[in-house]
Design a binder for this molecule. Structure first.
Ligand code: KG4
Ligand code: ZN
Length: 367
């Protein structure tokens, strides 16, 4: 089965071809193209929604053509891809920026109508979980774009086993999820205010670092002292699996407001902030593992690219739950891309949506 998947929920225009053989427990990426809009949004210090939508409109057809490995004969027309043997089309229909999502959903609905290929709708958050159901060792590197080619060194072929727990951490979400089988989700805890990625981005802004702030903070933190400042760990003592990051953000604001900080002070703040943010994720993960025994653990979402989080979570699991296998995708499958959307579709019930009935949602719970 081959799926052409598209993702446009935020500021990356992405298309991929993913395949899965019947009975196989991992999907394979045939091609994955990601056009990032980061340079466009940098001058605004964050994603400018209208600019994002307009850029998706400009990029969507060339990116789909690139994923199909077919040159466009006309700048605004897709080539004939009937020979490509695509069985399904898949598209992110939420959650995300509505103007961005609509470019992907409307393009794919039109393609489905024009070609008769059935259309599958995918929740973006499921994509972040299903990044761990991809056999990265099979990625045909020669066919990947420059961006997708990065960080593919971490080949892995282990299959996540159920029941499993997933920690999904991105710019819009922070959640702990329990899964007994494919696409059955029990939400154990989620943020009550800011997402952890959002906190990274806001703190980066306070320290004068460019957007997106997560990787910048992470880099600066390696030069700082994690114990230099005390920042609060959200809901640390409370009997809940929920997260909170707004108090941490405010504490950093108080620390930097009206101060002329030296580079060392900035690095110390970044390091102390990162420690507190990651500690909050680890505290609730440890608590959840006590309450919900699982076989495997999946980390996913843009913040899963954070090496301090990857290392600390790996140590926590090795120490507390050595029988639990830890799955974390390579960096390029943590941040937004279409391959993970194709993978999520591949493990679904493959129930098509009538293209004219496809709905797009800014908010969309994972159910
Ligand atoms: O999943 P994603 O690409 O988009 C959303 O679905 O939101 O996640 C983007 C988020 C941004 O907040 C970005 O700052 C954060 O992931 N991020 C990181 C790192 N790389 C990306 N946060 C911390 N450390 C990183 N290395
Ligand atoms: Zn995402």
């Amino acid at each position: 089965m081959r799926i052409l998947a598209v993702e446009t929920s935020c500021d990356e225009t992405a298309a991929a071809i993913v395949s899965k053989e019947p009975g196989e427990q991992l999907a394979i990426i045939e091609t994955s193209i990601v056009a990032s809009q980061v340079p466009l949004h940098q001058k605004y210090g964050g994603v400018y929604p209208e600019v994002a939508s307009r850029e998706h409109v400009r990029q969507i057809l060339p990116i789909i053509s690139e994923a199909l490995e077919l040159p466009m004969s006309h700048p605004n027309r897709l080539p004939d891809f009937s020979a490509k043997n695509i069985d399904y089309l898949a598209v992110t229909h939420g959650p995300g920026l509505i103007g961005s999502l609509l470019v992907g959903t409307q393009t794919m609905a039109a393609l489905s109508m024009a070609t008769g290929i059935p259309l599958l709708q995918v929740n973006h958050l499921a994509g972040h979980i299903y990044a761990s159901f991809i056999d990265n060792s099979s990625f045909r590197i020669s066919e990947a774009s420059e961006k997708s080619r990065r960080d593919l060194s971490q080949a892995r072929d282990d299959v996540p086993q159920f029941p499993l727990m997933a920690l999904v951490v991105s710019g819009g979400h922070s959640m702990l999820i329990y899964m007994e089988s494919h696409h059955t989700y029990q939400l154990l805890g989620q943020t009550r205010d800011d997402a952890v990625g959002e906190a990274f981005d806001k703190v980066a802004k306070l320290l004068g670092l460019p957007y997106p702030g997560g990787p910048q903070i992470s880099k600066l933190a390696t030069q700082g002292d994690r114990e230099a400042r005390y920042f609060p760990i959200g809901l640390e003592k409370e009997d809940t699996l929920d997260f909170s990051f707004s108090g941490l953000k405010t504490a950093v604001l108080r620390e930097v407001q009206n101060k002329d900080l030296t580079p060392t002070q900035k690095a110390n703040i970044a390091a102390s902030f990162e420690r507190a943010a990651i500690e909050a994720l680890l505290t609730k993960t440890a608590k959840a593992l006590n309450q919900f025994p699982v076989k495997d653990f999946i980390l996913g979402g843009g913040v899963a690219a954070n090496s301090y989080l990857r290392d600390r979570l790996a140590s926590l699991l090795a120490y507390r739950s050595p029988a639990v296998t830890f799955h974390v995708p390579p960096i390029n499958l943590c941040t937004d891309n279409a391959a993970v959307i194709g993978a999520a579709a591949a493990f679904s019930t493959l129930t098509p949506t009538e293209p004219s009935q496809l709905q797009t949602f800014a908010r969309l719970p994972l159910v």
